[in-house]
Design a protein around this ligand. Structure first.
Ligand code: FAD
Length: 441
């Protein structure tokens, strides 16, 4: 007899929606709490920004989305669908292989409509406290606003799935002298349009996809863009095919005369310090008496990045892993969690799950991976997805999806400006066609 657990899901981005679908499929009653007014999470472009553009001020007014106006996906749409619900082109939509953010939102909303998920969501409901009470129940407290009135409500659930996203709380490096540096500081979370940087000298810190894309976007109007990075791979140079972009080693220090000195020995006077330095996990509502902690961006202990062993299965986290085939992986995690909550799949004992977590940490240490990369999959993205798929009773990730993922990651790191538009669609169409034919044979 399956166990029916009334479950609260926090967040109606892709993780919360995929979770709601799977719980509903398993016949489990689900309530999705969403602090915003619509579905789609970070894909809901919002022209507003946080009241503190660096995102450091704890009492600032926070805007959830980190999407900027010109953003296009960095994975091809063929691997941005859910496991059993592909991201198809829409005749009236943005039909590019790497579409803009509006198209992703259109797809996410279509997914929600198709599976009747909207009705499961309580919009404008921000969860402010999640706490275990008695044996096996969770108290969920949330607030709603009606004009000036704030209403706080409480409800008990047997399980809670945290799907609140992890691209909203900026991580910012400490730079010697920054407290007296007179320029404007901003984190990529608060970037929307390049116009703010017209004729400015901008220093962008970061070496990942966002630093690459934003530096090109800002350079369209800025006087100069200087990209600084800690990465050992960085070459100090003027970037080819651009008149106004330079690449440097990390910023060494700044001064109150607006000087920015780089570790490569060069220095400039700049107007803007732009942090494309990633995000930290943040669960301000969660009270677990220290069972789940965040240390140096490690959320732990979590069995397979999802279940805290001593609170499993009633508490779980979806979508914490980074640098992977996000939609597929998220959907597979949801399928696994729903099967666990319905009693169809058993978790190992608490002791065994803890042992697995410890082993993972030891393996990371042995390989020299820093703690803050705990939820990066370290080139084992597909292995992880296949493990989840097996738990969910599904076949492994199709070979072509793995190949396409590897190829798209190579493209991102190729640092070619037009990698999205140089994608070989004909080649990949043929590969996908062949794969579907051999499936039918
Ligand atoms: P989110 O989309 O962040 O959704 C979380 C939801 O939880 C939000 O709706 C929020 O309002 C709600 N919420 C938060 N706290 C509370 C609370 N206390 N109470 C109630 N509701 C709450 N992925 C790709 O696959 N391809 C890409 O090209 C790509 N590009 C990206 C570009 C940028 C700039 C960013 C930031 C991310 C990108 N990603 C990309 C990753 C993207 O974040 C994921 O694809 C995915 O959308 C994350 O979904 P999520 O549901 O986990 O989180």
């Amino acid at each position: 007899m399956p166990r029916q657990r009334r479950t609260a899901v926090i967040g109606a981005g892709i993780a919360g929606l995929a979770m709601a679908r799977e719980l509903h499929r398993e016949g489990i009653e689900v309530v999705v709490f969403e602090k915003g007014d619509d579905l789609g999470g970070t894909w809901n472009y919002d022209p507003r920004i946080d009241s503190d553009p660096t995102g450091l001020e704890p009492t600032r007014e926070v805007v959830h989305s980190s999407v900027y106006l010109s953003l296009r996906t960095n994975l091809p749409r063929q691997i941005m669908g859910f496991v059993d619900y592909p991201f198809r082109e829409d005749e009236d939509g943005d039909r590019r292989t790497f579409p803009g953010h509006k198209e992703v939102l259109r797809f996410v909303k279509e997914f929600a409509e198709e599976f009747g998920l909207r009705g499961l969501v309580r919009f404008g409901s921000e969860v402010v406290r999640v706490e275990r009470v008695g044996t096996g129940l969770w108290l969920v407290e949330w607030k709603t606003k009606r004009s000036e009135e704030v209403l706080v409500s409480k409800e008990m659930f047997e399980a809670v799935v945290v799907c609140n996203g992890h691209f909203t709380q900026p991580r910012v490096p400490t730079i010697p002298g920054i407290e007296k540096w007179p320029g404007y500081q901003i984190h990529s979370h608060n970037y929307r349009v390049p116009e703010t940087f017209r004729d400015k000298v901008v220093v962008i810190i970061g070496f990942a996809a966002s630093a690459f894309d934003i530096s090109r976007d800002v350079a369209k109007v800025a006087k100069e863009v200087h990209v600084a990075s800690r990465s050992s791979e960085v070459m100090v140079m003027k970037v080819p095919n651009h008149d106004n972009i330079w690449q440097h080693k990390m910023v060494k220090y700044v001064t109150e005369e607006s000087l920015v000195a780089f570790e490569d020995g060069s220095s400039i006077h700049a107007d803007v310090m732009f942090y494309c330095t990633g995000y930290t996990y943040h669960f301000p509502f969660l009270e677990t008496n220290g069972i789940v902690t965040i240390e140096d961006n490690r959320v732990g202990p979590l069995y397979k990045h999802v279940f805290p062993p001593s609170l499993a299965p009633s508490l779980s986290f979806i979508g914490l892993t980074e640098k992977d085939i996000i939609f597929q992986m998220t959907d597979l995690q949801c399928k696994w969690v729903a099967r666990v909550l319905s009693g169809k799949v058993q978790l190992p004992s608490e002791k065994e799950m803890m042992a697995s977590v410890e082993e993972y940490y030891q393996q990371m240490e042995k390989n020299g991976y820093p703690k803050h990369t705990t939820h990066h999959l370290h080139f084992k993205e597909v292995e992880y997805c296949n493990w989840l798929a097996a738990e969910a009773g599904l076949p492994p990730v199709e070979d072509w999806k793995e190949r396409m993922y590897v190829e798209s990651i190579k493209s991102v790191f190729s640092m070619k400006d037009n990698y999205r538009d140089q994608w070989d669609d004909a080649y990949w169409d043929a590969i996908i066609k062949e794969a579907s034919l051999s499936k039918c044979r």
